[in-house]
Design a protein around this ligand. Structure first.
Ligand SMILES: O=C(O)C(=O)C[C@]1(C(=O)O)C=C[C@@H](O)C=C1
Length: 273
């Protein structure tokens, strides 16, 4: 089984993949970006993929939600990974001389207070480990990378300061996606993408009411712009009920009868890593 994830070596995505998938029979395939992971799965270059969807501090990882809209993949699992972000520097660097902090957007966002106190500028990279690798290549003593302990070891960087995220108890939720949809998944959660038919007062309230009237508990809701007209949205809705349940099927049917487009993105269980 080939599993695609965000590379290079030393990313949190790699850590999640290594902990989630059994070592035997798993071939890991590194991709340059989060969207490339979804593309690799959709185009059957990989059997499965693992992508971050939500962080406890920063919230939704929009590269992933937007990728889920564009690529036809099925969510078959969810895994929660504890996240500790460190400031990595090249040998001989002094933290007081750091003027730039390098990392991927969601990691930079998890350490905003730290970066502001340091009065450093930020520079975006495609992953935490890509920032760490670039720092080694540049041998830049005026910059630091926000990345994991695994990245520090992988690239031989020093940990100048540990646990620099703005809040303790940090974690990121990853989704496991596949291109083979199982027949009737027996699972405890599901995710839908709802594109409303026509805009009218109380539209979102009406949609949410369908779930509450069927006693379906929702655990996550995210709106993303349709990218067609300002102020128009699609909604990601995660329910604490698998799609195999009669109530979920009823909710989907009612929403479609109301004229909304409902795409079932997946049905899955949660695993703590
Ligand atoms: O850059 C990485 O190491 C990743 O795996 C991506 C990512 C993310 O985009 O959220 C995953 C977990 C952490 O929240 C920080 C970075």
């Amino acid at each position: 089984m080939k599993v695609a994830y965000l590379g290079p070596k030393g990313t949190f995505s790699e850590e999640a993949a290594l902990r989630f998938f059994p070592p035997n029979g798993t071939e890991l395939m590194m991709c340059d970006g989060i969207v490339d992971v979804l593309e690799a799965v959709a185009e059957q270059e990989a059997d499965k993929g693992i992508v971050p969807i939500e962080n406890a501090i920063e919230g939704t990882i929009t590269m992933t939600t937007d990728g889920l809209i564009n690529y036809d993949v099925w969510i078959e699992g969810e895994a929660i990974l504890p996240i500790a972000l460190h400031l990595l520097t090249v040998e001989g660097a002094d933290i007081d001389d750091i003027e730039e902090i390098w990392s991927i957007g969601p990691a930079l966002a998890q350490c905003r207070d730290f970066t502001r106190k340091l009065q450093a500028k930020t520079k975006h990279f495609s992953s935490t480990a890509n920032a760490a690798e670039s720092l080694v290549k540049a041998n830049n003593k005026g910059a630091g990378a926000i990345a994991s302990e695994l990245a520090a070891k992988t690239f031989g960087l020093e940990i100048a300061k540990r646990n620099i995220q703005d809040f303790e108890g940090n974690s990121t939720r990853f989704l496991i996606v596949t291109n083979k949809k199982p027949e009737v998944p027996e699972t405890s959660k599901s995710m839908l993408l709802i594109t409303p038919g026509e805009d009218r007062p109380g539209l979102l309230a009406i949609i949410l009411n369908v779930f509450s009237s069927l006693d379906i508990n929702l655990s996550w809701i995210e709106s993303r712009p349709t990218k067609k007209k300002l102020g128009t949205y699609r909604f990601f809705i995660e329910a604490q009920m698998g799609v195999q349940e009669v109530s979920m099927q009823k909710a989907i049917t009612i929403l479609r009868t109301y004229g909304h487009d409902v795409r079932v993105l997946g049905s899955f269980d949660t695993k703590k890593l």
